[in-house]
Design a protein around this ligand. Structure first.
Ligand code: ATP
Ligand code: MG
Length: 232
């Protein structure tokens, strides 16, 4: 099964004045690691929002993890169980602790509170923030909040991770660590990893680089990048 199948997808804003997606056709295999590059305003985040069923297209078809996103069915459940989001704005809930932020997605899973707590602490340990578990998010640095968002995205062991500039605000050492964690998940658990990035060193780590310009995919070039692939 493919993780993603998109056919002729169009999305506009402001009554059609802004054409964010202009006929996207894209297939991503299950377990593939794909990076999406392109200039600011080219439609990368819009595409990611569509993949996560956070917004609805004007026309075209989109199937993610076997679910037709135009069917309007059970999209909340689909999102919580299949998708891990790591977005540009991390959207942590300000008035609950870091640990509870990570537990929130787990509520759809029917776990005991002890299991949720242990899983959250393990995830925080993985991103190097176990000692911050009881703090409120606004006491953390931007990079630390991003790491919490990453831990939260992994809470339900999603089959697809959508990441919008996941390491944009991190120093290079932390960024490498986070990327390695995401890539390990992709390799060990066959998680499909879709990362939007401005950083070519990050983009090149993927199995495939997709370039978006003016709402269209202009290249999905494997050959030219394969030679410059670096190891994390
Ligand atoms: N909610 C919205 N309402 C109106 N216009 C929007 C909205 N979201 C995005 N756009 C517009 O759609 C186009 C694509 O935006 P998008 O956020 O997908 O770009 P991007 O490639 O992610 O850019 P960046 O690299 O700066 O994050 C832009 O022209 C943007 O201004
Ligand atoms: Mg964006």
């Amino acid at each position: 099964m493919n993780a993603v199948e998109i056919k002729d997808l169009y999305k506009s804003y402001e009554d059609g004045k802004i054409k964010a997606l202009n006929g996207i056709n894209l297939t991503i295999a299950e377990g593939e690691f794909v990076s999406i590059i392109g200039p600011s305003g080219s439609g990368k985040s819009t595409l990611l929002n569509m993949l996560g069923a956070l917004d609805v297209a004007d026309s075209g078809s989109i199937t993610v993890a076997g679910q037709d996103l135009n069917s309007g069915k059970k999209l909340n459940e689909f999102r919580a169980q299949k998708i891990g989001f790591i977005f540009q704005l991390h959207n942590l809930i300000p008035n609950v602790s870091v640990r509870e932020n990570i537990e929130i997605p787990m509520y759809t899973q029917g776990l005991s509170s002890k299991d949720m707590k242990n899983r959250a602490l393990k995830l925080l340990d993985d991103v190097g923030l176990k000692d911050k578990a009881d703090m409120l998010p606004n006491k953390l640095s931007g990079g630390e909040r991003q790491r919490v968002a990453i831990a939260r995205a992994l809470a339900n062991e999603p089959s697809i991770i959508l990441a919008d500039e996941p390491t944009g605000s991190l120093d290079s050492k932390t960024s490498t660590k986070i990327l390695r964690q995401l890539i390990d998940l992709h390799k060990d658990k066959n998680v499909t990893l879709i990362i939007v990035t401005h950083d070519m060193d990050v983009a090149r780590l993927a199995d495939r680089v997709i370039e978006v310009l003016d709402g269209e995919i202009i290249s999905a070039d494997e050959e030219s990048l394969i030679h410059s692939k670096i190891d994390v």
